[in-house]
Write a protein that binds this ligand. Structure first.
Ligand SMILES: C[C@H](O)[C@H](O)[C@H]1CNC2=NC(N)=NC(=O)C2=N1
Length: 104
């Protein structure tokens, strides 16, 4: 998958398909409310997806929430299709593990 920066309109189109994800300080970001007991399994599933994609998010685990943030270092920190693809996968895994988007 190319590490080509998305144009602004490409990014807006992609975000339209990723409810709850926003660009914050240059990173594609989302926060989910999660049952702490299910966080380890969610993280393991996300880690496997990251390794499969060779693309990694910064994962922040707080009491009751799990946050994900990423951009593409190989594209100088831009948001690329790799970020969108991983965010899409993370959203599905969060849903599978009972995690729900946290209110903004
Ligand atoms: C060598 C390896 O393929 C690269 O460093 C990968 C690893 N994971 C990555 N993760 C993220 N978020 N951005 C990258 O550019 C990236 N590059």
């Amino acid at each position: 998958m190319p590490a080509t920066p998305l144009t602004e309109s490409e990014l807006q189109d992609a975000l339209a398909g990723l409810p709850g994800w926003t660009v914050r300080e240059g990173e594609l970001t989302a926060v989910f409310k999660a049952d702490r007991a299910r966080v380890p399994a969610l993280y393991a599933a996300v880690a496997a997806a990251e390794d499969e994609a060779d693309h990694h998010a910064r994962v922040t685990v707080l009491y009751g929430t799990v946050g994900f943030a990423m951009n593409t270092h190989d594209a100088g920190g831009a948001i690329t299709a790799r970020d969108i693809a991983l965010a899409t996968r993370i959203t599905a895994l969060a849903d599978e593990h009972g995690a729900r988007l946290a209110p903004a």
